[in-house]
Design a binder for this molecule. Sequence first.
Ligand SMILES: *Cc1c(COP(=O)(O)O)cnc(C)c1O
Length: 464
Amino acid sequence: MIIIHTPKQLPSVDSLLNTPSVQELVREHGLALVTSCAQSGLMRARQSVLAGRTTNMAALVQSVLQEIERILLPSIRPVYNLTGTVLHTNLGRAALPESAIQAMVDVARGASNIEFDLETGKRGDRYKHAEALLCQLTGAEGAVVVNNNAAAVLLTLNSLARRKEVLVSRGELIEIGGGFRMPDIMARAGCKLVEVGTTNRTHEADFESAISPRTALIMKVHTSNFEIKGFTKSVLERELSRIAHRHNLTFVTDLGSGNLIDLEPYKLPYEMTVTDALESGADLVTFSGDKLLGGPQAGIIIGRRDLIEKLKRSPMTRAMRPDKVTLAALQAVLRLYTDTKCLVKELPTLRLLTRDPVVIEQLAYRLVKVLQDRLNQCEVTVAQTLSQVGSGALPIDRLQSAALKITRPDFRRPGNSLNRLAKAFRELPIPVIGRISNDALWFDLRCLEDEKDFVENLRGLKVV
Ligand SMILES: *Cc1c(COP(=O)(O)O)cnc(C)c1O
């Protein structure tokens, strides 16, 4: 093997392309892609040689192959979410039910009547596909679907209160992560935010005295990801709606997560349902499609027909319209809610949130030996843990769960050995994402359902 020390010794692009193993890559991937990968491989090799390192022909071929893989490998890939957060925003939130996946595949493959009325042969209404079911399930008069709940809030404020004042309690001016801050959204919607009350206490009289001739709307924001404890007071939906309606103002509730059904029968903590919010007097309610609802990313606005019609006419709605694949999935998910008997079995979000801790623990005991065999330098144990719902839904409640906990004496010392182990799991064919806590790597097994594939995937683990 000839060692290359200087840029002069590097092969030309042509001679690299003519080596038999690169010729094989050309046959597989085409000349154009391989040429450009050979060029960038040689460029990097040149820099490396200039920096005093050496290379050789085999390493050059390898770098061409790596560059091809880097370009061709899809960058969005399935992973195992063993973080213990069921609705993990960075890991794509809700897993969809099979019926929704099938519906997405069906409309993705070809033409559909997404905006075409099959009866009249004329242009149809994109929003009507989900609207009938949403109205049926919530008792609302109308509904409109946009790309996400942040868009739903922006659209609602902009369409109903532009250049006007919007009253919000100081205790609800939240940031929910990813740059979504209520005050900023207000400003972008063209509304003037009027902060009412104090951080911990807001009274009805505070709202009454904040109303001016320029007020258009009162908004209640679900404080998704935090709780203020102690000396607190907030104004209930019912009172807010009474105040709003007495002054001819619109009352909107941003529920954030938005569950369609009462979660208490599933032994989950109480969370106001969308129907509760409507019944407490909200004119419009906004919520997410991919949080507790368990559907695709979407923002759903339901409520008074005249207001929904106004939203549909806004030019902003056109800029936020969901695509056919999303609407097909949403409709399929909503259909599951019409028969709550099968819901917990068929809707992954609810199934995972209500999974029996005993079943999770049994799974942990089956897997602990498999993992221990792969990691003979480490100690792998079954440990109790608490999962969380995630995405700001039911923020402070924790669900009893079981985890595989991996420790090693050197994890406690400074250095990167624990991070290196976590990385080795992320480099598996299907990356496995856990959580680092207390000098250990934790895999909460609540969201692991395909045990066999998981074990198979572990065979690729490069022990560190
Ligand atoms: C999550 C959330 C949003 C944003 O919803 P997305 O669907 O993520 O855009 C808005 N308001 C509240 C209260 C939320 O919890």
